[in-house]
Design a protein around this ligand. Structure first.
Ligand SMILES: [Zn+2]
Length: 324
């Protein structure tokens, strides 16, 4: 009887992680097989994992336990900067990509709650330069193809971790989020806050860069310290300067006054033929954002600007005298 009980308890212990952590045993073996596909060993340098685990929900369960499972199987960790995330909606399938820098090969595991698929890809420069690589539909990578390829390649090119945090939130790596990263790095260095001051960001025109401003400067629409104001094509044509990024208000809450700074970004210096090539080119400017970010105008913010921001009725650059 005791023996039967022992077997029963052992059985429960073996089954318990499966129930709690999704199809954990199968995922573990998929990751182990993935490492074998790459001819790689757990914990070796030059390995990187990209995943939407912790964002997606599979079979009604949140997926943060899988982050530990991935760490245990691959040796990649957040602390080492080689466990990277990309934001996906809760209904998206689970994706785990293991990238090996030395061979530029990547194994991608996909799990939708029913079946686990795994495939090895060549993410080398030559392979991804072919238009066929991008045109080919792929049931496993799906719409995550560009995200996974681009993050893996910039990680291998020593992209800074805070840039990859912005990319995580934004969900893909594009020249726009990179431009926002450069502006966000430039702001506290050039306009440090004094006592009683806070940043307010006028995201106008609205594009990818504003997500990097949110992440690095902790400014959000919900907290009302970022104001997204889209511009129409004709409103953009009205501007007296090129490549607008947005404008910053260094706001003194007590005095109810602030300094306004309008920024532009030197796309002409860095733009290459493709998105990924532009991003890789931008990496060369990480330590010198001032070469790409320029100040169009500094001014005292006009009285009543905070009220105007709430109405959003017109081109905000008009208030600053930057329209034709
Ligand atoms: Zn983008």
């Amino acid at each position: 009887m005791q023996r039967v009980l022992q077997i029963f308890v052992l059985g429960l212990l073996l089954l318990w992680p499966l129930g709690k952590h999704l199809n954990a045993a199968d995922l573990r073996s998929a990751l182990r097989d993935g490492l074998k596909d790459l001819d790689a060993r757990k914990g070796e340098t030059g390995l990187c994992v990209l995943t939407d685990a912790s964002y997606v929900i599979i079979n009604g369960k949140t997926t943060e336990p899988l982050v530990d499972l991935i760490r245990e199987e691959t040796g990649c960790t957040v602390g080492k900067g080689n466990m990277l995330f990309f934001h996906r909606p809760i209904h998206h399938p689970l994706k785990i990509a293991i990238f090996r820098k030395s061979t530029e090969e990547c194994v991608v595991v996909r799990y939708d709650g029913k079946r686990i698929d795994r495939h090895k890809y060549d993410f080398g420069e030559e392979a991804v330069a072919k238009s066929l690589f991008w045109q080919k539909t792929d049931a496993l990578l799906e719409q995550d193809k560009y995200t996974i390829v681009s993050i893996a390649r910039v990680w291998a090119a020593d992209a800074p971790y805070d840039l990859l945090k912005c990319v995580d939130f934004h969900g893909h790596l594009c020249p726009g989020i990179f431009a926002g990263y450069m502006v966000a790095r430039y702001i506290p260095k050039t306009y440090p806050l004094k006592k009683g001051e806070a940043y307010i960001w006028i995201a106008s025109p609205l594009w990818c860069k504003d997500d990097a401003i949110q992440v690095l400067l902790d400014l959000t629409a919900g907290k009302k310290d970022i104001y997204p104001i889209a511009l129409t094509t004709s409103q953009k044509k009205e501007l007296t300067f090129e490549n607008p990024v947005g404008f910053l208000i260094v706001w003194n809450k007590e005095k109810k006054t602030g300094k306004g700074v309008v920024f532009s970004f030197a796309w002409d210096k860095v733009r290459k033929k493709g998105k990924l090539q532009t991003v890789l080119n931008l990496l060369g400017y990480v330590e010198k954002p001032e070469e790409l970010v320029s100040v169009v105008k500094e001014c005292e913010v006009p009285p009543g600007i905070m009220e105007k921001l709430k109405t959003k009725e017109t081109n905000p650059y008009r208030w600053l005298g930057l329209t034709k």
